[in-house]
Ligand binder design. Structure first.
Ligand code: IPE
Ligand code: IPE
Ligand code: MG
Length: 233
């Protein structure tokens, strides 16, 4: 989920942008419930992009504080619900306090099956640059031959290599762009954009997105699936 539109939501109410982010964090709680009820196994939330560091210091520090609060208030709940937390992104950009809290929760929840992946200081391009460097180091060390590099090699060097590609990417607030989210993983994801702003995204909108997804015909470059016929891949 590309959680977009917090700023506009606040602006429409004559409130500071941070009020929109606060309202947006309430949507996150709700969405976690909808996903649990719908049996979603992996949910990735785009919480902060590397490009978002260019926002005002007030907004950035407010967002980071909000994240810290969210983790503090929600960590027991996540453990109780048996949800595994994972962070993808440039961990080195995060403050020591926030990172320590996130990594503690990652360790404590590591045995659970259902996963909440939070993209923090995330950029799809940086993720691929990092993968390229890790692969190059292996080639230099002589443990990998260039001709052995394939698509799975790239996948294996992403932040969360074992997490499957997203089936559905939902973006709120009407923007028809990917904004550097999961560039490698989105190759065959279905895309759903709703004009609803993230703080207003509730169960009706979530269900609409799942219904739209269910009606899609995923062809993966093959031909339309007919009755009793396999999709050609
Ligand atoms: C999404 O809302 C939250 C983050 C990017 C952190 P925005 O803050 O981008 O809201 P708009 O797009 O300005 O309305
Ligand atoms: C994408 O939203 C990033 C997150 C939701 C964290 P942005 O608001 O940063 O994206 P742009 O600037 O509209 O592309
Ligand atoms: Mg935005």
């Amino acid at each position: 989920m590309i959680m977009d539109g917090n700023g506009r939501w606040a602006q429409q109410r004559g409130q500071p942008r941070l009020a929109g982010h606060e309202a947006g964090s309430e949507t996150v709680r709700c969405v976690l419930n909808y996903c649990r009820d719908a049996g979603v196994k992996y949910l990735t939330l785009y919480a902060f992009s590397t490009e978002n560091w260019s926002r005002s210091e007030d907004e950035v520090s407010g967002l980071m504080a909000l994240l810290g609060n969210f983790i503090r208030h929600y960590e027991r709940e996540l453990i109780k619900r048996k949800v595994r937390l994972r962070v993808i992104g440039r961990r080195e950009d995060l403050s020591g306090h926030l990172l320590a809290a996130l990594e503690r929760l990652e360790r404590e929840s590591s045995g659970f099956e259902r996963q909440l992946i939070v993209a923090l200081s995330y950029s799809g391009r940086s993720e691929l640059v990092r993968a390229a460097r890790l692969i190059a180091e292996k080639v230099r060390a002589g443990v990998l031959l260039p001709e052995e590099i394939g698509e799975t090699t790239i996948t294996e060097h992403l932040y969360a290599p074992d997490v499957p590609d997203p089936d559905l990417i939902i973006r709120t607030s009407g923007e028809m762009r990917i904004s550097n989210f999961l560039l490698w993983q989105c190759a065959y994801s279905e895309f759903y954009v709703t004009p609803v702003l993230w703080p207003d995204f509730r169960e009706r909108e979530f269900k609409d997105a799942l219904d739209a997804y269910a009606a899609r015909d995923r062809r993966y470059g093959g031909v339309r699936q007919e009755c009793g016929q396999e999709v050609e891949r």
